[in-house]
Design a protein around this ligand. Structure first.
Ligand code: ATP
Length: 203
């Protein structure tokens, strides 16, 4: 396990990817909970075998990959199936994340967890990517080609901005240019290198 883990969270379109890409450029290992959730259901993974054993091969696309829309339809409004799916996949996702953090060779590692609703116990420090809602909506609409109403509905389903800010040890305001964002991440990186070194000294 990397000795020091920075957990990153933020709402849809807040700039988590832009921030974590910058950390990666600085040589930091980035582990992404969304990526882990996709990997455990790739063809050949036991997670996908479990899903086809329960729901049948109708749940697959022609190329053998998981048909996410079909799976969503099967568990939508069916709490028992949804809980089964969570019980089956969450331990696999958590194990993959733990393995990736353990393999991190950088001075510290970053764990991107968009769904954080409380402090992620795997993180020593929480960095919140914060953005004014109107900008968040404009960037999401431009990126995903979705309408504003849909974006507002997704934001309403996520942790509210004030509660998220409450989780933060550090906060990066993504209301300027990408160059501003990179400069802010570079400052945080210097701080995290110091904290990680201090943690290693006292360990
Ligand atoms: P999601 O949770 O939906 O995956 P995210 O938090 O990872 O989103 P990004 O994909 O990093 O968000 O950013 C959303 C969009 O806004 C992207 O198209 C990105 O290029 C753009 N963006 C992010 N930060 C800035 C910025 N400071 N200036 C201009 N565009 C930005």
């Amino acid at each position: 396990m990397a000795k020091f883990v920075v957990g990153i969270t933020g709402g849809i379109g807040s700039g988590k990817t832009a921030v974590s890409d910058r950390f990666r450029e600085l040589g930091v290992t980035v582990v992404d909970a969304d990526v882990a959730a996709r990997v455990v259901v790739e063809p050949g993974q036991p997670g996908l075998d479990d899903i086809t054993a329960r729901f049948g091969t109708d749940i697959l696309n022609g190329d053998g990959t998981l048909d996410r829309a079909a799976l969503r339809a099967r568990v939508f409004e069916n709490p028992a199936e949804r809980h089964w799916l969570e019980r089956t996949l969450h331990p696999r996702i958590n194990r993959l994340i733990a393995d990736d953090l353990a393999a991190a060779a950088s001075a510290y590692a970053v764990l991107v967890n968009p769904l954080m609703r409380g402090r992620d116990p795997r993180a020593d420090r929480i960095l919140v990517v914060d953005v004014p809602e109107e900008l968040q909506i404009a960037r999401t609409v431009a990126r995903d080609n979705v309408d504003e109403e849909q974006t507002r509905a997704i934001i309403a389903s996520q942790l509210d901005r004030a509660s998220r800010r409450h989780l933060a040890d550090d906060l990066v305001s993504n209301d300027g240019s990408l160059a501003d964002l990179h400069a802010a991440v570079d400052r945080l990186h210097r701080c995290y290198l110091r904290l990680a070194a201090k943690g290693t000294e006292t360990a």
